[in-house]
Design a protein around this ligand. Structure first.
Ligand code: DUC
Ligand code: ZN
Length: 456
């Protein structure tokens, strides 16, 4: 009885192998994997899958965007994540004018530390005003911001020379650049043209942000990254045009990775045709696209041309989403959709159950590679000495998704009425059971800020 907690008889699924065994936890770490282990508390996982905790390296919690702030805070958002089997997330820092990167990091931690129920990291955003402050990048990296976010769209977008300078600074500390890649100039032109022609409804949102311009921006920044000699991670890939650029770069031997998100894997752009404010709900950027794009994304995940699935979780309420409708301007709809609770199940149900991915790929895509990529060096795998971040997943449990069933702090879900198979029953965060038989039993503030780095 020298272990604190033992998960017994589960089928352990890692990125590379599947086998039945017990997992013993002492304190916060995995202490043993074997047969007939016993502990002070034992959970029988017979008939269940035991996986590493899922890792979501792209979430926006209580994030101000324009006149709104995303509706999940660091408590409700990480609680919903835990209920969906996620045990680590990475959110964002945006420096205010006059603030140093370290002060901005401290500010964000003041918001997050008391509320998070799972471990978390923060990407440091480098906007146009930060280019004069790139000498702060080493301090931000040393303080645990292992990754840096660049935008090629919106007010925070960088020009190509600024991208070159930012990538060079990030490269000098061995950090990971992550990028929102879209061709902003062309998008602005198309938005203006559509609005001028009276095309104000949400269905003109995807038509103003064409797939080919996402591919173009991706190809451009990949080549700048190649010139600098840095790796690069492409956020929210929505289409074959972008996945193809990533695959071609990887074939050239370049260290480029890409992610997609459930909204692009489960929904198609007909959702923007829904009447009234319902058509505004799926507005996010880059937009949700055609069935052909969706099929290309599943193929890319299956072949390894895309490496991970994240959520880009960024919820706004129905009323906030409706503003673009009342203003007759789709470009005023706050961009972003919820998804932090449903990712692990969505990829299992729609990927593994439909035969598009193996169980090992599911774990690799949702847990192991995101952890490795983002510099969570002790997470994302089931290995003695790693953090005991684990999930007991019932592969047979059928759920019908609805806003009422989910715990995200928002009054809608993109997946209303969708039936999925497979659900998280138990979530363990550094040895503590925080979701027990589907109920949240964790505590606010028990998550920790993880200093992510790549040199050990
Ligand atoms: N896209 C969104 O739709 N919302 C948040 C940020 C982003 O890139
Ligand atoms: Zn995002």
């Amino acid at each position: 009885m020298n272990y604190d907690l033992v998960i017994k008889n589960g089928r352990i699924i890692t990125a590379h192998t599947s086998f039945t065994a017990d997992i013993a936890i002492r304190g916060e770490q995995i202490a043993a994997i074997g047969q007939n282990l016993s502990g002070k508390r034992e959970i029988d996982a017979a008939g269940k899958l035991v996986t590493p905790g899922a890792v979501d390296i792209h979430v926006h919690l209580e994030m101000p965007i324009g006149k709104f702030t995303s509706s999940d805070d660091f408590f409700t958002g990480t609680r919903a994540a835990a209920l969906g089997g996620t045990t680590a997330v990475v959110d964002f820092i945006e420096r205010q004018p006059g603030e140093t990167m370290l002060a901005a990091l401290a500010d964000r931690r003041v918001l997050a530390d008391p509320k998070v129920v799972i471990d978390y990291g923060l990407h440091m955003t480098i906007g146009p005003h930060d280019i004069a402050h790139l000498d702060e990048v080493p301090a931000a990296y040393a303080a645990g911001c292992g990754s840096f976010k660049l935008y090629m769209a919106y007010g925070l977008r960088l020009t190509d020379d600024q991208i070159f300078k930012a990538l060079t600074a990030i490269r000098s500390v061995n950090g990971l650049p992550v990028v929102h890649a879209e061709n902003w100039d062309v998008i602005c032109t198309l938005i203006a043209k559509n609005l001028a022609n009276g095309n104000t409804a949400p269905r003109f949102h995807p038509l103003s942000r064409p797939a080919i311009m996402e591919g173009e921006a991706t190809g451009r920044i990949i080549d700048i990254a190649a010139l600098v000699g840095t790796r690069l991670h492409i956020f929210h890939v929505t289409c074959g045009e972008t996945a193809g650029r990533i695959a071609a770069a990887r074939a050239r031997g370049l260290p480029i990775t890409g992610e997609t998100c459930p909204q692009y894997l489960l929904i198609t752009q007909e959702a923007y045709d829904r009447p009234g404010a319902a058509g505004a709900l799926p507005v996010c950027a880059p937009p949700i696209r055609t069935q052909d794009s969706q099929d290309a994304l599943w193929r890319a995940l299956s072949k390894g041309d895309l490496q991970i699935v994240t959520t880009d979780h960024c919820p706004f309420t129905r009323a906030e989403k409706a503003t673009g409708i009342t203003l007759y301007d789709f470009s005023q709809i706050p961009g972003g959709v919820p998804g932090i609770e449903t990712r692990f199940t969505a990829v299992y149900s729609q990927g593994v159950r439909r035969g598009l991915l193996t169980e090992n790929q599911w774990v690799d895509i949702c847990c192991t590679t995101p952890a490795k990529l983002a510099g969570f060096n002790n997470k994302g795998d089931i290995v003695v000495g790693y953090d005991a971040d684990l999930v007991i997943f019932n592969p047979e449990k059928e759920v019908t998704l609805s806003a009422a069933f989910l715990h995200e702090n928002v009054d809608w879900t993109l997946y209303e009425g969708m039936a999925l198979r497979g659900w998280t029953e138990t979530t363990i965060s550094r040895g503590r059971v925080i979701v027990d038989d589907g109920e949240f039993v964790g505590e606010m503030g028990n998550g920790r800020f993880v200093r992510r780095r790549f040199d050990d």
